[in-house]
Ligand binder design. Structure first.
Ligand code: VGL
Ligand code: ZN
Length: 203
């Protein structure tokens, strides 16, 4: 069984949002096109409580600073994807009716979660793996935001859990905090066994 996995396609990661990924909105038409080609569609949502550990404002520090929380490096971001806020919602143009299941991540106040499968401490599992097992999914087609953070970590965890993973490259956009991060992320995913494809290859 194959599933389409939309990673963090949310207002805050699109232009006009709190943590805009450059041209992040361009993944929406790609997602809408592919939604109709899969019988199972799953979406993750970055879903932080107010005062989340990943927010610079929580620490009175600057955006982009890196702190260490219990031995884990944490990049400090602007407040984003606060639970039930407009920024956390799917963009209006995304055809949300086709989404069968939503995975919320980053809900723990003190542990961030880039991956749709595990938090960054790898302490807690989201519902994603169990859901995919229940649905007998073995192949994941992944797209969304951001290539160098949540897409990358979701793909790497998916591979480590034994899924065959395809990254739909034209359906992803990245932050590129350091120029070259997106390219490196793609190479890293490919190096670990992900297959890089374009949406045109999906019939
Ligand atoms: C993300 C930074 C912070 C992402 C989430 O979805 O890639 N990036 N939180
Ligand atoms: Zn986040």
């Amino acid at each position: 069984m194959q599933a389409l996995l939309l990673v963090d396609i949310q207002n805050d990661f699109c232009p006009g949002g709190a943590l805009p990924v450059p041209r992040g909105d361009e993944v929406i038409p790609v997602a809408n096109k592919l939604l109709n080609k899969f019988s199972l569609v799953i979406a993750t949502q970055d879903w932080h409580p107010k005062g989340h550990i990943s927010f610079a404002s929580t620490h009175g520090k600057k955006i982009g600073e890196i702190i260490e929380v219990e031995g884990i490096k944490q990049i400090l971001w602007p407040d984003h994807c606060v639970q039930n806020s407009w920024g956390a919602d799917f963009p209006a143009k995304l055809n949300r009716e086709k989404i069968d299941y939503i995975v919320y991540k980053g809900t723990h106040p003190k542990i961030d979660s880039y991956s749709g499968f595990f938090d960054n401490a790898r302490q807690q599992k989201t519902s994603l793996d169990n859901y995919l097992q229940e649905k007998k999914v073995s192949e994941l087609y992944v797209l969304g935001l951001a290539t160098d953070y949540c897409v990358k970590f979701t793909v790497l965890d998916g591979l480590s859990l034994g899924y065959k993973v395809y990254v739909v490259v034209d359906g992803c956009r990245g932050v590129d905090l350091n120029p070259g991060d997106v390219q490196k992320a793609l190479e890293e995913m490919q190096g670990k066994g992900a297959r890089l494809i374009t949406s045109e290859e999906i019939k």
